[in-house]
Design a protein around this ligand. Structure first.
Ligand code: JD8
Length: 414
């Protein structure tokens, strides 16, 4: 792969001479060049910026030096590079996009500074140089220039190229591969006593026993569960896409449409049979709701469905409590009976919670008074029985959970 980077701070890209990327460049796997934008100025002060038209703070990068720099780069090899432009207003850079770029033969990166680059430069690059201009953002935060983004993008793409990372196997189980976060890792000693000041008075820290069992199937299962649990706790938003949950590598989530309702009626009735047995009646909404009720629910709730291999296998819905908008009601959490017990329900619950608007302060859920398994799952997710009789049905109970930011220590409790 060929990579050309244009910047006014070439030394900022020096880290790309180090480690795996440096080795890959020396082994000819990557042909990377850094170009100083000031080489494409012609005045004594090598000026690359000027005041913003229309007023405002800061300076804007002039289009002319950039035009000459990109025209020079475009002429360095046959074909045309994809022009990656780091900017806070770009499309989010993701592992999936890194994989896409790793399939390219030539990338160019334009690292802006100041308030950014004159917008006309991008029209020129597309129209006159025939470049595919791709504005990309490293994340929802602001830094002072495109160089740190270029470092991250080049490393994320280059490490996916054949031969750059020694053991390609290790690329598979990483965060964001398969839509989930990675599992926790440990090394020797299995029993570690910190040789450092410890409030715990030198207590030992053990490695999870399953990892010492030699039972590879159990280890793989534990690692899958850890990936799902971490994703549920830290990034439930990742569950809105294709994710490896409950051993299903292709679980795909999206908002429900009317086309999903026929299957949703069937799955709902299948999933509420155990509760009907416990309540000794089938005369309650999950069992009696038909097309009309489900269509109304589609208007009144945000309903999501998850499919695996095209089969509707899970669903959940959320909405503001009509009587108290600070409460986010979670309902109709369901997982196909044949897939129960794999952590999919917990993942769906966490995802529906993550749909709650920022001003929501608590969650509410309702289930059968005798549905102890469901109540256990909800309590494990932080819910507590509500101190009132449920208005839904006398044979049901309400469970509530205050919404709170995850405290740092909880990050490591998974
Ligand atoms: C390129 C100039 C600074 C940005 C005024 C601060 C990416 N995720 C990201 N955050 N920030 C950038 C980024 C910032 C840049 C440039 C990328 C060029 N700046 C500007 C607009 C507000 N200053 C980025 N990728």
């Amino acid at each position: 792969m060929r990579i050309d980077i244009v910047t006014i701070f070439p030394e900022y890209l020096a880290p790309l001479e180090l480690s795996l990327i440096g080795t890959a460049r020396r082994n000819g796997l990557i042909d990377l060049a850094v170009h100083d934008l000031r080489e494409f100025t012609h005045d004594r002060h090598r000026t690359v910026d000027d005041t913003p038209v229309g007023g405002g703070a800061g300076m804007v990068m002039r289009p002319q030096p950039w035009a000459e720099a990109l025209s020079h780069v475009a002429g360095l090899a046959p074909g045309r590079p994809r022009l990656i432009v780091p900017t806070p207003s770009g499309r989010p850079f993701t592992q999936a996009f890194a994989r896409e770029l790793a399939g390219e033969s030539w990338l160019a990166l334009a690292c802006g500074r100041y308030e950014g680059i004159d917008e006309r430069l991008f029209s020129y690059a597309a129209a006159d140089l025939g470049l595919d201009v791709v504005p990309v953002s490293l994340g929802d935060f602001v830094v002072n220039g495109g160089e740190v983004a270029a470092l991250a993008i080049v490393e994320a793409v280059a490490r996916l190229l054949p031969g750059v990372v020694g053991n390609a196997e290790s690329l598979v189980e990483e965060s964001h591969e398969g839509g989930l976060l990675e599992y926790p890792v440990y090394t020797k000693p299995a029993r570690w006593v910190p040789a450092a000041p410890a409030a715990s008075g030198g207590a030992a820290y053990e490695v999870p026993a399953v990892l010492l069992s030699g039972n590879h199937a159990a280890i793989a299962r534990w690692r899958d569960e850890q990936r799902a649990e971490r994703t549920v706790a830290r990034r439930p938003d990742l569950l809105a896409g294709t994710a490896l949950v409950g051993g299903l590598a292709d679980l795909e989530g999206r908002e429900a449409t009317a086309a999903d309702l026929p299957e949703l009626i069937v799955l709902t009735r299948a999933c509420w049979v155990p509760e009907a047995r416990e309540m000794e009646t089938v005369d309650f909404p999950p069992m009696t709701d038909g097309p009309v009720e489900h269509a109304r629910a589609l208007r009144e709730w945000t309903i999501w469905v998850w499919r695996s291999g095209g089969r509707l296998v899970a669903s959940g819905r959320g909405r503001r409590d009509p009587d108290d908008p600070s409460v986010w009601q979670v309902g109709r959490l369901m997982v196909a009976p044949d897939l129960a017990g794999r952590g999919i329900g917990r993942a769906v619950l966490a995802f529906v919670e993550s749909l709650a608007p920022a001003d929501v302060t608590s969650y509410w859920i309702n289930t059968g008074r005798r549905s102890l398994r469901n109540q256990r799952i909800y309590k494990k997710a932080g819910y507590r029985l509500a101190p009132w009789e449920s208005a839904v049905h006398p044979e049901t109970v309400d469970l509530i959970k205050p919404r709170r930011l995850v405290r740092s220590c909880e990050w490591f409790e998974g």
